[in-house]
Design a protein around this ligand. Structure first.
Ligand code: SF4
Length: 342
């Protein structure tokens, strides 16, 4: 953590109280206290971010790792994270850094400016910057400033997010945000409140606002045994995506493995992932991806009209690209996505 930086998206209330309008928690915070994320703090009536300018992870990743499959396939993305999260998911795979401000775990951090992030992306030949691993909403000011600078240099920007931004936060970042992968972790509010310590409706509203703002959206559901793996719940998620976001929005169903407070839980059976994939197809989704599962659905992209193989993937690498100007070369069907940095 570094010196506090004045936060964006909040308002002053009576008696030095503030209300943060960055995420769906909309914390009302009295002077001297933090919000739920434990990153933003009311200091004498001014909300400040304590994660600004300090990153806890920087890596060059294939964009497929986010996962973003319809966004500049085969390119690399500079991935950056600052400590903190507004959720407390019991199965978090990055809990050491996402929950650090809450648990007090020392994670260090490297001082870095938005300019340095953009320069590093350029030096590494990355087509984009991904704000990821923890929750980018919680390091919004750093992501916002780096995104603005990156755009000016022809580098695109992606969030990998739990999708709990307020409509105001979406509108603020949307002009600079090119793509986002949002985790839709369940379709029951009770599960969100118990396991994630947040609410479902805020995520659904954020997803709709992102699509409306014309940010390229892909959705991921980590299928956790006994939490969200019933056919009814998976169908609820798939039908929400198809009806409220669009059948062109890719849905990634991914395999859970034990971590954090669910470290003793068994992984997702492959049959369950295949069932989820089948449900996605039945709901009308054109692009459903299951990691490491052969059968009805897999990690390749096929033309939804004629089933021509368009993008062949192996792990996080692209083996073959078979698109002509964003269209199927066989039947001419337009394939939605961001296929070039223009
Ligand atoms: S970002 Fe969310 S959790 Fe953090 S202070 Fe603001 S409203 Fe609260």
């Amino acid at each position: 953590m570094t010196d506090a930086h004045k936060a964006m998206l909040w308002e002053a209330l009576d008696g030095q109280k503030v209300r943060c309008d960055l995420c769906g928690h909309r914390c009302e915070i009295v002077a001297g206290k933090y919000g739920i994320c434990r990153v933003r703090r009311n200091e004498a009536g001014v909300l400040r971010s304590h994660s600004y300018g300090s990153v806890v992870a920087v890596n060059v990743d294939p964009i497929e790792k986010k996962p973003l499959f319809h966004f500049l396939p085969g390119t690399t993305s500079l991935s950056v994270a600052a400590a903190g999260c507004n959720f407390q998911c019991e199965f978090c795979q990055n809990w050491q850094i996402s929950q650090a401000p809450r648990t007090g775990l020392a994670v260090g951090g490297q001082a870095v400016s938005p300019e340095q992030i953009v320069s590093a992306a350029k030096a590494q030949g990355c087509a984009s910057i991904s704000y990821t691993y923890t929750e980018p909403t919680i390091f919004f000011e750093l992501a916002y400033e780096a995104s603005r600078l990156a755009r000016g240099q022809g580098i695109l920007n992606c969030f990998v997010s739990n999708g709990y931004m307020t409509p105001r936060a979406v509108q603020t970042i949307a002009p600079y945000l090119d793509a986002i992968n949002v985790d839709l972790k369940a379709f029951r509010d009770e599960t969100y409140r118990r396991v994630m310590k947040a609410g479902l409706q805020g995520v659904l509203d954020c997803l709709k606002a992102l699509v409306e703002a014309k940010v390229w959206v892909e959705v991921t559901t980590l299928v956790v045994p006994d939490m969200n793996d019933s056919p009814e719940e998976l169908r609820g998620i798939a039908e929400f995506i198809a009806k409220e976001l669009g059948t062109f929005v890719p849905w990634h169903v991914t395999r859970f493995h034990g971590d954090y407070k669910m470290s003793r839980k068994a992984g997702t059976p492959l049959e369950t992932l295949q069932m989820a994939g089948k449900i996605g197809v039945e709901a009308g989704l054109k692009y459903v991806y299951c990691g490491n599962v052969t059968g009805l659905v897999d990690e390749n992209t096929y033309c939804p009209a004629c089933r021509e193989l368009l993008i062949e993937r192996w792990g996080f690498s692209v083996r073959k690209m078979n698109l002509t100007g964003g269209k199927c070369p066989k039947c001419g069907e337009a394939i939605q996505g961001v296929w070039s940095p223009q």
